[in-house]
Design a protein around this ligand. Structure first.
Ligand code: HDE
Length: 661
């Protein structure tokens, strides 16, 4: 061990003292260096998206877009481009939990041979606001209230809903935020969206509009609200751990990259303005074309150096990909670099290994805080004649912007009239959901608004809901105990009945697979290990992960052998699993039926609509929990039936268990 100056350290336990019980000497430069560095370990966290989890991987193009773009990343089939992908929650601080109801960030840095391309997206295809001018207001409204300092990571409070109630353009995104999309089961089971329209440019500079979509190979899956709450209590790091462990086990998460391509003329015919980021383009209108895949196959070596210091920016584009005039996107171009200057302490953060391009890069930028490169020579300007090798711009190879024909002049602060329909797509989203998902959305609104203390804000939000769907508005009003419906604001544009888009659902689109699922088996003293092994082997073979849980970390199985398990019952609630089984000796079942922890384990699994394999010995626990076994509860030796049920949730059970708003 050495100091930061390379001086060998002799003792890393004791500071320097003049005698054994004397004061510490200022002279102790080893102590001072160590503590000083420690004092400066924290940097400002991101104002939004502070809590993130990330991984390295690669992107591989499977379908070339050479007809539309010169970007090599989108034209060179089979080439693997390194990527770094960071997922995040939006509202909470860096130390907050992984499973609040929140939008998730989905940011990918492609280290291409033409420079870094950042696709900085979310897991929802639309956004709350239409103009960057409103972003600080939105963020101030959703983050903890500045006087009291809560809530730390949630939108269920007055200021968020006050803002929403006064900004009807938020309505479409509010539908998404209140849907199960904001309760992902795993970061590996989320979609990602570039949100804005971008342009692809060919070698003649002609443009095609593009929207980017990430689709998870494991399919979409969400948790139930009660489960998300229990996950917060069980494991603050549920998503971070899940991503890490999957990659560590070689079970690499994968997404398809798909695009929606359309021309300016086609866009003119859409019943909405695609430059308005509160609108999506239904897949039924412009189909998705899969062009490649991203695989995340390496965990970060260091959370701070990589996940924390990575700096994404929507302005990091490569030749052949360009921006659109979406006013939200335009504002983002400034914000990311600006915030990173203070977050990362100066203009040289692009030299940090996680941010540096992996292709050669050179220019005449010099000096600044924390300059880590050592540029050589006397020429730091262009044009120059003194050094013919010094960097120069190239018209042929350089980035070219789309040559747009300017409008009819004048400079104004305005919103185009084509941005004025705030309800039609919100209605389309709600009506595209199945009955259970609609019920979850209504319940989420009841929960969030029940936390709002200002009655006029609750009234205003329910008023907006009336413009989206009358039934939704009455369900929410009923849940809030309103005796009459508050007035609905007059929409600026007529609200259209757009065709529902089934692609916007989650439940119907869950993948019928055990891949990525985790099964918990409760065992105890005297458990028959043969039965456990039969179940475990079959589940693993089908792609599931299996974890053993017991009242103690080590128990003695029926064959007299000690068995070390993965989790102790009190610290490993069933919310952590997709399906549960238990193999218990009858006397252990009887004993655990009197243990609230064991009873809750099954009550929650049942309530969260999970398949249960319960042996005879376990039936006493089910009885104590008031659980009436249904078709989703089988015997553990019926391995085939259990594994078939464990592939999905027991949705039929839900209406019998909870009063769905
Ligand atoms: Fe961001 N956003 N954003 N945002 N955003 C940041 O940049 C901003 C928006 C998104 O893992 C910040 O380095 C403005 C939309 C992600 O490091 C900041 C506007 C979408 C991440 C910023 C938006 C996003 C950020 C905070 C409205 C989805 C995390 C720290 C005009 C398409 C990236 C930072 C990571 C981070 C500004 C809206 C996604 C302050 C001004 C829309 C995934 O610069």
């Amino acid at each position: 061990m050495t100091t930061a100056q390379g001086i060998p350290v002799a003792d890393n336990q004791n500071s320097l003292r003049p005698f054994s019980r004397g004061p510490t000497l200022l002279e102790d430069f080893i102590l001072r260096e160590k503590i000083t560095h420690f004092d400066h370990e924290r940097i400002p966290e991101r104002i939004v998206h502070a809590r993130g989890s990330a991984a390295h991987g690669y992107f591989e193009l499977t379908h070339s877009l050479e007809k539309c773009t010169t970007a090599r990343i989108l034209t060179e089939k089979g080439v693997r481009t390194p990527v770094f992908c960071r997922f995040s929650t939006v509202a909470g601080g860096a130390g907050s939990v992984d499973t609040p109801r929140d939008v998730r960030g989905f940011a990918v840095k492609f280290y291409t041979q033409q420079g870094n391309w950042d696709l900085v997206g979310n897991n929802i295809p639309v956004f709350f606001i239409q103009d960057a001018m409103k972003f600080p207001d939105l963020v101030h409204a959703v983050k903890m209230e500045p006087d009291r300092g809560w809530p730390q990571a949630g939108s269920a409070h007055d200021t968020f809903w006050d803002f929403v109630s006064l900004m009807p353009e938020t309505m479409h995104m509010v539908m998404w935020a209140m849907s199960d999309r904001t309760l992902p089961r795993s970061l590996r089971m989320m979609e990602g969206f570039g949100v804005h329209s971008f342009r692809l440019l060919d070698d003649k500079g002609a443009s095609t509009f593009v929207k980017f979509h990430w689709r998870p190979k494991l399919g979409l899956q969400s948790t139930l609200w009660d489960e998300a709450l229990k996950l917060q209590a069980a494991d603050n790091d549920f998503h971070r751990r899940d991503l890490w462990e999957a990659i560590d086990a070689g079970d690499f998460p994968e997404w398809e990259l798909a695009v929606q391509l359309f021309t300016e003329d086609e866009a003119e015919a859409f019943p909405f303005d695609h430059l308005d980021p509160t609108k999506l383009i239904p897949e039924e209108l412009v189909p998705l074309k899969v062009i490649g895949r991203m695989v995340l196959d390496r965990n970060p070596d260091n959370l701070f150096a990589e996940t924390e210091q990575v700096a994404f920016c929507p302005a990091n584009l490569v030749p052949g990909i360009d921006l659109s005039n979406d006013p939200l996107l335009q504002g983002r171009l400034h914000s990311y670099l600006d915030t990173q200057l203070s977050r990362l302490g100066g203009p040289n953060f692009h030299q940090l290994p996680i941010n540096a391009p992996k292709c050669p890069f050179a220019n005449h930028q010099r000096d600044g805080h924390m300059q880590m490169a050592v540029p050589r020579g006397r020429v730091a300007y262009e044009p120059s004649s003194l050094d013919p090798e010094s960097p120069r711009a190239s018209r042929e190879r350089g980035f070219r912007h789309f040559a747009e024909i300017p409008g009819d002049g004048g400079k104004e602060r305005l919103r185009p009239a084509s941005f004025s329909d705030h309800y039609s797509q919100a209605r389309m989203f709600f009506r595209s959901q199945g009955l259970l998902e609609q019920a979850h959305l209504a319940s989420a609104l009841v929960f969030e608004l029940s936390k709002v203390q200002a009655a006029h804000v609750r009234d205003a939000v329910v008023g907006h809901l009336r413009n989206i769907d009358a039934d939704l508005a009455s369900r929410v009003a009923d849940g809030l105990g309103m005796t009459s419906l508050p007035p609905a604001p007059m929409p600026v544009s007529p609200v259209l009945d757009l065709a529902p888009s089934p692609a916007l659902r989650i439940i119907d689109r869950m993948k019928d697979t055990l891949q990525g699922r985790c099964i918990g088996i409760l065992v105890s003293e005297g458990t028959d290990m043969k039965a456990v092994d039969a179940l475990r082997t079959a589940a693993r073979k089908a792609g599931a992960q299996v974890k053993l849980v017991a009242p103690r970390l080590s128990v003695i199985a029926a064959d007299g052998r000690p068995l070390d398990v993965d989790g102790q019952l009190a610290g490993t609630p069933s919310a952590l699993f997709d399906a549960v089984a238990s193999i218990l000796a009858p006397e252990e079942g009887a004993r655990l039926a009197k243990d609230a922890g064991a009873v809750d384990w099954f009550r929650d699994a049942f309530g969260h609509l999970k398949a249960i394999a319960a042996c005879e010995g376990t039936r006493a626990i089910l009885k104590a929990g008031g659980i009436k076994p249904d078709a989703g509860v089988v015997m553990p030796d019926d391995v085939r039936a259990f594994l078939a049920l464990a592939r999905t949730r027991q949705w039929k059970r839900e209406p019998k268990l909870r009063s769905l708003a």
